[in-house]
Design a protein around this ligand. Structure first.
Ligand code: PLP
Length: 355
């Protein structure tokens, strides 16, 4: 087998520590784990296993197909655990039998989905409190209340639109709308806070926290120090080094010219591996020393200025994500979010689990 070019190392102990930390923030109640999009790119079954071993018993994914894979993977590894798995995107026509066969909970988002689900079976209800994306409208909730009260809902959920902006008035409004809805469904526990919502304080917590991003090491409090542990390291080897004279152009479109004689290292990583092509001003690292990205990001290659790094030789490992470059920085460099960086890491990166 060829030596893997790019290695994505995922630290199970850091995942577990992040879940324990967030669960410890819960004002009351419990903490779930959102493992949609293949565990934010890190492997849903692996990530969920780390959270489950740390004490997590409730999981969420986006799609039914993701839930079926997660159920099979967790049953194989933890035959006696029987964690709950909720499907955020809801119930499509004809899916009830599949949900029941795999012991999955649909998040019912519309009157039609509620009508399509037999009332005696357990389910989760979602209401919209300010995002206008999925979940019942307030008018629909009021109209359906007599029916909703007869149903077997184990949880009421809603989702913050701006929890990463704690000063925004919409957060308070969403908390108040959610509290009012909960009072209409006595005995049904509630869940509103995802990663950033947890840090809005106890009023936002209700009965179940529902983090995703922060579990994987993303900063839930942008602009403040990240309380989470890093879970991923992404490295790739230098494949070629060359000396270039002052003024020589590097890369597509000749967008960078060496300002002085320089050494350029090429690495086998590009936008096909998930780094945004627009990434600008980024710095990768070699042995903790900066190796700035120069020239355009290609599909499979990136060029680095390693003039100051004598150890930059073919085979030397370049840190793309790691202690010196976190996922939030990578998102900012690429004009996006760490969420998109994590979920875009390509299949060419070999996943390796440690811890
Ligand atoms: C994705 C998602 C979450 C987790 O959000 P993070 O910001 O990643 O913590 C929680 N709830 C719902 C409904 C989601 O769609």
């Amino acid at each position: 087998m060829p030596t893997p070019a790019t290695l994505l190392t995922i630290d199970r102990s850091a995942l577990a520590a992040n879940w324990r930390f967030l669960a410890g923030q819960a004002a009351h109640g419990h903490c779930a784990a959102v493992v949609k999009a293949d565990g934010y790119g890190l492997g849903a079954v692996e990530a969920a296993s780390a959270f489950l071993a740390a004490g997590c018993t409730r999981f969420f994914v986006a799609h039914l197909a993701e839930a079926i894979i997660l159920r099979a993977g967790l049953t194989e590894r933890f035959p006696n655990a029987k964690p709950s798995i909720g499907v955020l995107n809801g119930l499509l026509p004809g899916e009830q039998a599949e949900f029941l066969a795999h012991d999955l909970l649909p998040v019912l988002n519309t009157p039609q989905q509620i009508a399509d689900w037999q009332p005696e079976h357990p389910a989760i209800l979602q209401i919209d409190t300010g995002m206008s994306r999925v979940g019942l409208e307030a008018t629909e909730f009021d109209a359906l209340l007599p029916d909703l009260r007869r149903r077997n809902f184990g949880l009421l959920i809603s989702h913050f639109a701006r929890a990463d902006e704690p000063q925004e008035a919409l957060n308070r409004l969403q908390i108040d709308r959610f509290s009012a809805a909960m009072q209409q469904l006595p005995g049904v526990p509630g869940s509103l806070a995802a990663s950033s919502g947890i840090f809005l304080g106890p009023d936002a917590h209700f009965d179940l926290l529902r983090p995703g991003y922060a579990l994987y090491g993303g900063n839930p409090v942008p602009g403040k120090p990240n309380p989470m542990q890093r879970t991923v390291t992404l490295t790739t080897p230098i494949i070629q080094v060359r000396d270039v004279e002052a003024g020589r152009p590097v890369g597509y479109g000749s967008r960078w010219h060496a300002p002085a004689p320089a050494r350029i290292a090429t690495i086998p990583y590009g936008y096909a591996d998930g780094i945004p092509r627009v990434t600008a001003g980024a710095t990768f690292w070699l042995n903790g020393k900066p190796a700035p990205v120069v020239g355009r990001v290609s599909m499979d290659l990136i060029t680095l200025d390693v003039t100051a790094l004598p150890e930059a030789v073919p085979g030397a490992q370049i840190e793309i994500l790691g202690p010196n470059r976190d996922i939030d920085t990578a998102g900012a460099d690429g004009g996006t979010l760490g969420y998109e960086i994590l979920t875009s890491i390509g299949r060419r990166a070999v996943r390796q689990y440690i811890g």
